[in-house]
Design a protein around this ligand. Structure first.
Ligand code: PBG
Length: 336
């Protein structure tokens, strides 16, 4: 004899899942093309765009191909790109001086984007020295009083100020310091305001972890790094210090705070979103992208479905904006 449960079931959650229209009606989280930010790379000394082997579909761009790809992103509804520069190996030096040279590859790229798109596309600049230093660290390296090699926090801040000013002069709407030096937001805000760039905003890489998920990015920028960044980027074991980093960055003047990587750090994102008085972004990094692309290319997962699920999950966890190499592809999919 079968029990008659139907008379007891007042609550039937499946009712609200019954049709696509019903599911859309009750969706708690949305994803729009304008939520997405496309990270891009411009490289010096190349005559055509070069695909990054560990990041299929992502390129080191020439100025021309950069403008074309940024235009495609804009056409798909993406409103912001984040530009990284890849200088010639011989132009790297101990302090990363190409970073604040107005003729340096990144500043040329920023200027080209601003000239081409005006205020239609938000031009964001990566503000960090690692692509430009011959040792590959995000700051200047010095020797402490015991003879150990260290990344010098306060000496680095002065260079970030020069770099941010060059980026503002080039036309960047937004500066995004990714080097995890203490006090970098305050230093950059003061430098920008001191030169009349009050209108240039700052997206702070507030909670950035020393992550193996950055692997493919190192190829993307031709990184010179040996060793790791564990004395400045955060330990994946920790979450409390992310909240401290966010509070400090907000006090120092950050307009947007960011958590990076995204999918392995959704708990961090949720906690940050709970306390942040400013928008919270998340960065779906190179390794996250590479894993989804690789599994998709093997037919092991449905790439587009996993892409969309990962992005909606990052939004659900608390991200307002998402930096993702899928930005153009996802934006096109969203527009059907
Ligand atoms: C450093 C920087 C890195 C990334 C963005 N900015 C690499 C690092 O910290 O080692 C990683 C981005 C990615 O993996 O997609 N300027």
């Amino acid at each position: 004899m079968t029990a008659d449960y139907s008379s007891h079931l007042i609550r039937r959650p499946r009712r609200l899942r019954s049709t696509p229209a019903m599911r859309e009606l009750v969706a708690e989280t949305s994803l729009r093309p304008a939520d997405l930010i496309l990270p891009m790379f411009i490289a010096d000394g190349i005559t055509e765009a070069r695909e990054i082997s560990s990041m299929p579909g992502v390129y080191q761009h020439t100025e021309q191909s950069l403008l074309r790809a940024a235009g495609e992103a804009l056409d798909a509804g993406v409103r912001c790109v984040d530009l990284f520069g890849v200088p010639l190996a011989e132009d790297k030096d101990a302090t990363g001086s190409q970073a604040w040279d107005d003729g340096g590859v990144l500043n040329r790229g920023l200027a080209a984007l601003r000239r081409e798109f005006g205020d239609d596309l938000i031009v964001m600049a990566d503000t960090c020295l690692d692509e430009f230093t011959d040792h590959g660290h995000c700051g200047v390296v010095s020797t402490d009083r015991f003879g150990a090699t260290v990344v010098d926090n306060d000496a680095t801040l002065a260079l970030y100020q020069k770099m941010a000013l060059a980026q503002a002069r080039a036309g960047a709407h937004m500066i995004s310091p990714s080097g995890m030096m203490d006090g970098q937001i305050a230093a950059i805000r003061a430098a920008l305001d001191g030169e009349g760039f009050q209108d240039v905003s700052i997206m702070a890489y507030s909670a950035k972890y020393a992550s193996a998920f950055f692997g493919p990015f190192r190829e993307a920028v031709g990184s010179s790094l040996r060793g790791d960044r564990r004395t400045y980027q955060q330990d994946p074991a920790n979450i409390r210090e992310s909240l401290l980093e966010v509070r400090l960055d907000v006090e120092e003047g950050a307009d947007i705070v960011m958590v990076k990587p995204a999918l392995p750090y959704l708990d961090v994102l949720t906690k940050v979103a709970e306390i942040s008085p400013v928008p919270v972004a998340a960065y779906q990094v190179s390794g996250e992208y590479a894993m989804i692309q690789a599994a998709g290319a093997n037919g092991w997962v449905d790439r587009d479905a996993v892409m969309m699920e990962s992005l909606i999950s990052i939004r659900r966890a608390g991200a307002d904006q998402i930096l993702t190499y899928f930005a153009t592809t996802a934006a096109r999919a969203l527009r059907g």
